[in-house]
Design a protein around this ligand. Structure first.
Ligand SMILES: C[S@@+](CC[C@H](N)C(=O)[O-])C[C@H]1O[C@@H](n2cnc3c(N)ncnc32)[C@H](O)[C@@H]1O
Length: 212
């Protein structure tokens, strides 16, 4: 079974599984520190747990929500969850690197526990940075090394990155102000870490002095 098939198979029980492990609480903690607004894209959304935390905390500031995942099962779950959302919601069955997502089209990107599954996480972060509008924010969660992660890794085959390695990849992707937001308790505090970063706004060119 490849990764896509394993996530497809996991979709029916995913939401309950991550809830038992405390991820919704961890995501609420991360979102509390994140100024989510505008056009929000949750990519690799799974059942939409991070987007749900964002909508609960920052709903009035969210203009539209796009839920994206290559897994049809995950996406269907996420769509059900947001069926009565107070903002326009669209679903896209595609992942990082897909042409469906235009450069600069998102004001906030949510991406939890996805890049560590990919062959080139640094390239994934560059791609995510390119989807952000100037001034846009990336809200990220990435698995970190721990013996608990090693157990999960046996099932999912993903990698784990120390916070300094993730911060270096975020800087290399051209994002600024990157900082970790450690999860406060439970399994998420051991297996994972949250991060915030921003795409810089272009600096205004100095106005040339008028000729006398
Ligand atoms: C560990 S789950 C995380 C799901 C969700 N973000 C959460 O935190 O509950 C990884 C998700 O990434 C999706 N995925 C796999 N390959 C992907 C890709 N290339 N781009 C985006 N998402 C991908 C999987 O289908 C799965 O839903």
């Amino acid at each position: 079974m490849d990764l896509a098939q394993r996530y497809e198979a996991a979709a029916p029980t995913w939401e309950g599984k991550i809830a038992r492990l405390g991820y919704p609480t961890a995501y609420a903690h991360l979102i509390e520190a994140a100024p989510v607004s505008g056009r929000v894209l949750d990519i690799g959304c799974g059942s939409g747990a991070l987007a749900a935390a964002a909508l609960a905390r920052h709903g009035p500031r969210i203009a539209a929500l796009t839920l994206a995942d290559p897994s049809a099962g995950m996406l269907a779950d996420a769509a059900r969850r947001f069926a009565a959302a107070p903002v326009p919601v669209r679903t896209v069955r595609a992942g990082i690197g897909a042409p469906a997502f235009a450069p600069g089209a998102a004001d906030t990107i949510l991406c939890a526990h996805v890049i560590e599954h990919l062959d080139d996480p640094a390239a994934a972060l560059r791609w995510l940075a390119g989807r952000l509008a100037p001034g846009g924010r990336l809200v990220l969660a990435v698995s970190r090394p721990h013996w608990c992660t090693a157990l999960l890794r046996w099932v999912w085959g993903h990698r784990a990155y120390r916070p300094d390695a993730v911060l270096a990849m975020l800087a290399a992707a051209g994002l600024t102000g990157a900082r970790p937001v450690p999860f406060p308790a439970g399994p998420p505090s051991r297996t994972s870490c949250g991060y915030l970063a921003q795409r810089a706004r272009p600096t205004a060119r100095p106005v040339a002095p008028a000729c006398a």
